[in-house]
Design a protein around this ligand. Structure first.
Ligand SMILES: CC(C)CCC[C@@H](C)[C@H]1CC[C@H]2[C@@H]3CC=C4C[C@@H](O)CC[C@]4(C)[C@H]3CC[C@]12C
Length: 328
C-alpha cells in the first residue's frame, strides 16, 4: 500500500522500490564509518558530522520534492537509528563506495609516470598515466572560485542539476540514497558529448567523505538487477574515480580541484579517439563548472523543475535520456 501511495505521489516508478522488503537485517556493523548513528553525532539531523551548517542535505536536495520514490526515510532519534535496518545490498553498496575512494586515492598518490596531456592558458592542466594493464587514466588539476563546501553542494548534493549547467550531461538521476554519504546514480551523457564516442549511460555509486580540509567525491560503476544495461545504450563504467576538493588558501574562498577520470567507455572504438575525447571532456566539464560558478549569483540558477529553465538550452539533452528513464 505505502509503496503504491509513494509512487502515486511522486508520479515515478522505479522497480527497486518494489524490492525494498528484500533481505533485511540490522547491519550497522556492515556499514562501519558513515552509519546513520555516526551522522547523528554531528547534531545536524541526517547529515555527516562535517557537513557545513546550513548547507542543504543530500536527503532532500534543493529543488527536489520531499517525496522520492524508493527512498526510505531515516529516523532522526538515536535509539531508533540503532534499530535501523539496512539491506545486505545497501551494505555492499556503501562498501563499494568506500573502496572506490581508497583505490582512486592510491592511483592519485602514486606520483610516478604522469605526463602532461593538456595545458590550458587558464591554468587547467590534465595529466595522464598508463596503469598496469594498459588502461589510461587522466588527472585534471584546476583552481576554482568557490569553497570546497560550495563545490560539494554543486557536484554531490545537487548532482541531479548537472545537466542544467553542463551540456555534455544528458541527465543524472539519484536512484537510491543509502546514507548521507552514499548514493546510487544513473547518468546519461548528452548525445553530443565526446563527439565520436556517442551517448553512454553509467550506473554508479557516489560516495563523499571529508578529511581535515579536503572533501572527497568518489565513484565507481555498480550493478543493480533493477537497472540492467538498456537496449540502444552502451553502458560505460566510471571509476574507481575521485574528485578532491581542497581550500586553495585560507582566506581566498578558492579551491583546488583534482579529478581522476578513470573511465571505460566500452564499445568498439579506437583507443586514440577515446584517449583524446576523455581529457577534452574533463576540460569542458571544468569550463562549464567555472561558468556555473561565475553565474551562481544570478537568479536563474535557482530551483529548477524538470521542464527546464527556458533559455538555458538544455532541452535537447532530454530526448534519449528520458526514454531510458521511462524504462526504469
Ligand atoms: C566522453 C563521453 C563518453 C562522456 C562525456 C560526459 C562525461 C564527462 C560526464 C558524464 C557523466 C558525468 C559524471 C556524472 C556525475 C558525477 C558525480 C559528481 O559528484 C562529480 C562529477 C561526475 C563524476 C560527472 C563527471 C563528468 C561525467 C563523467
Amino acid at each position: 500500500m505505502l509503496p503504491a501511495v509513494l509512487k502515486l505521489c511522486c508520479g515515478i516508478t522505479y522497480p527497486h522500490s518494489r524490492s525494498m522488503a528484500g533481505l533485511q537485517r540490522t547491519a550497522i556493523a556492515v556499514i562501519g564509518a558513515g552509519t546513520p548513528a555516526d551522522l547523528q553525532r554531528g547534531g545536524q539531523a541526517g547529515l555527516p558530522r562535517w557537513w557545513p551548517r546550513g548547507m542543504s542535505s543530500p536527503w532532500q536536495p534543493a529543488g527536489s520534492e520531499a517525496c522520492h520514490s524508493g527512498e526510505r526515510r531515516r529516523s532522526l532519534k538515536e535509539e531508533e537509528v540503532k534499530e535501523e535496518e539496512v539491506t545486505e545490498e545497501e551494505g555492499t553498496l556503501v562498501q563499494q563506495g568506500q573502496e572506490a575512494l581508497k583505490k582512486a586515492l592510491a592511483i592519485l598518490e602514486d606520483k610516478k609516470g604522469w605526463n602532461t596531456e593538456i595545458s590550458e592558458e587558464n591554468g587547467v592542466i590534465v595529466y595522464s598515466k598508463v596503469l598496469p594493464g594498459a588502461k589510461k587514466v587522466f588527472r585534471l588539476e584546476a583552481e576554482l572560485e568557490a569553497s570546497p563546501e560550495k563545490l560539494h553542494d554543486i557536484l554531490f548534493v545537487k548532482v541531479e542539476e548537472m545537466n542544467v549547467w553542463n551540456p555534455n550531461v544528458g541527465r543524472i538521476k539519484i536512484l537510491r540514497r543509502i546514507n548521507a554519504e552514499t548514493m546510487v546514480t544513473h547518468e546519461v551523457s548528452a548525445e553530443t558529448a565526446g563527439n565520436l564516442i556517442g551517448q553512454r549511460d553509467f550506473l554508479s555509486i557516489r560516495h563523499c567523505s571529508r578529511e581535515d580540509s579536503r572533501i572527497y567525491l568518489a565513484g565507481t560503476a555498480t550493478h543493480l538487477d533493477t537497472l540492467p544495461p538498456q537496449s540502444g545504450f552502451v553502458r560505460a563504467e566510471d571509476g574507481p574515480t575521485c574528485i578532491i576538493l581542497q581550500a586553495a588558501d585560507s582566506d581566498t574562498g578558492r579551491s583546488r580541484l583534482t579529478w581522476l577520470l578513470n573511465m571505460d567507455v566500452k564499445g568498439w572504438l579506437p583507443k586514440s579517439i577515446v584517449n583524446q575525447a576523455l581529457p577534452r571532456a574533463q576540460v569542458d566539464f571544468t569550463r562549464h563548472l567555472r561558468r556555473r560558478l561565475a553565474e551562481a549569483s544570478a537568479p536563474r540558477w535557482g530551483v529548477r523543475r524538470r521542464s527546464g529553465n527556458p533559455g538555458l538550452g538544455d532541452e535537447g539533452c532530454f530526448g534519449a535520456a528520458d526514454r531510458i528513464g521511462a524504462a526504469m
